[in-house]
Write a protein that binds this ligand. Structure first.
Ligand code: GLU
Length: 395
């Protein structure tokens, strides 16, 4: 029986990151020894100093509705953070706090895009960008890149993708899924193209900012004449191991921030009061306090690159940030491996799930059909075991 669902939801793809994580959970529930490298989620606990702030907030009876755009103290703290880390001067009325960076991004898309507008997505891109554009009835246009270019696009490619209908471009550095980081020089070269097209707004997703291995990411809005056209999105999930707390935020021109607040006011209202109070402590904390997690991710990245590098058919780049590797596995296409025919990255990802009991995410979901994404936000023991299983399955 077909249910009378809206065209909107019927045409929306399922989030592949969440779907694979759910599948891994389901198989684990059946007693199968699955190692899940699917979800981008730190395997650390939220640091005690942040948990203490939350407990204090509960004891101080923070339990009422919050302002739609966030507590003023949190917005001020976010302004301090933007100045300290990104050299960006935002005022509190340019900040909107949301239920995760995903909601911040969805808000921006909803308030800027009309049906038929075009959104440029340098590929690979995070799975939900395209879905969020679809929900706005906008058209997303992929700008491809490959592992040989370190998964970065060139100014010429950007220029070629722009049409009179282009309204937005999404940048994400450090990138999910590739881990690549655009340098200031590379970003300035892309900005030089955008300068000629003042109708285009830039969404800069900087959620992996602090998870970098010695290369400090540059904020797109720090380019003088881009500030008034850029929305800077960030959040606490990744750097502070606070995925479930759901705190994302943006800094934007005031008219965009105001529109996002209006949108949010009709959908979810202000986000959770306890999480917001704890977030004040988190954003104001010196970044050094969470460096131990970044150091550990770096050790794991090196381990994963070394071990995967020993498997023939896995082509790798060196991710400079985030906690994913994004190998090009197209060498397996057209082959029958371990009795299973591999035609594409989806087949390969399913093959790994079935034969190695390792959950990954297909690159198709990220606009990169030659690759799979593997998260190394897992223990060293699990990572070693997962890669050994993959090695055996493909040998
Ligand atoms: N952003 C993370 C990921 O890419 C979390 C899951 C999601 O929201 O997509 O795995």
């Amino acid at each position: 029986m077909t249910h009378p669902l809206s065209d909107r939801i019927s045409s929306l793809p399922v989030s592949q990151t969440l779907a694979m994580a759910a599948k891994a959970r389901e198989l684990k529930g059946q007693g199968i020894d699955i190692i899940s490298l699917s979800l981008g989620e730190p395997d650390f606990n939220t640091p005690d100093f942040i948990k203490d702030a939350a407990i204090e907030a509960i004891n101080q009876d923070y339990n009422s509705y919050t302002p739609v755009d966030g507590y003023v103290e949190l917005k001020e703290a976010i302004c301090t953070k933007f100045k300290r880390d990104n050299d960006l001067v935002y005022q509190p009325n340019q900040i909107v706090v949301s239920t995760g960076a995903k909601q911040s991004i969805a808000n921006v898309a909803q308030v800027l895009l009309n049906p038929g507008d075009e959104v440029l997505l340098p590929a690979p891109y995070w799975v939900s960008y395209s879905a969020i554009a679809i929900l706005c009835e906008a058209k997303f246009v992929e700008i491809p890149s490959s592992i040989d270019d370190d998964f970065k696009i060139t100014p010429a490619q950007l220029e070629a993708a722009i049409t009179p209908k282009t309204k937005m471009v999404f940048f994400n550095s450090p990138n999910n899924p590739s881990g690549s980081i655009y340098s200031e020089k590379e970003y300035r070269a892309l900005a030089a193209v955008l300068e000629k097209h003042p109708q285009i707004y830039i969404l800069s997703d900087e959620i992996y900012e602090h998870i970098n291995y010695g290369v400090k990411p540059f904020s797109f809005a720090a380019i003088e004449n881009m500030f008034d056209r850029t929305i800077t999105v960030n959040g606490l999930a990744k750097a502070f191991a606070m995925t479930g707390w759901r705190i994302g935020y943006l800094g934007a021109p005031q008219w965009i921030a105001k529109a996002c607040t209006k949108m949010q006011g009709q959908i979810t209202s202000g986000t959770n009061c306890i999480a917001q109070r704890a977030a004040i402590t988190a954003v104001l904390a010196p970044v050094e306090k969470v460096q131990y997690m970044v150091d550990e991710f770096e050790t794991r990245r090196d381990l994963v690159l070394e071990l995967l590098g020993e498997i023939e058919g896995f082509k790798l780049n060196i991710p400079e940030g985030a906690f994913y590797v994004f190998p090009d596995i197209s060498a397996f296409f057209g082959k029958t491996v371990n009795g299973i025919k591999i035609e594409n990255a989806n087949d390969f990802s399913l093959f790994l799930l079935e034969k190695a009991n390792v959950a990954t995410v297909t690159g198709d979901a990220f606009g990169a059909p030659n690759c799979i994404r593997m998260s190394y936000a897992a223990s060293v023991v699990q990572l070693k075991e997962a890669i050994q299983r993959i090695k055996e399955a493909v040998s």
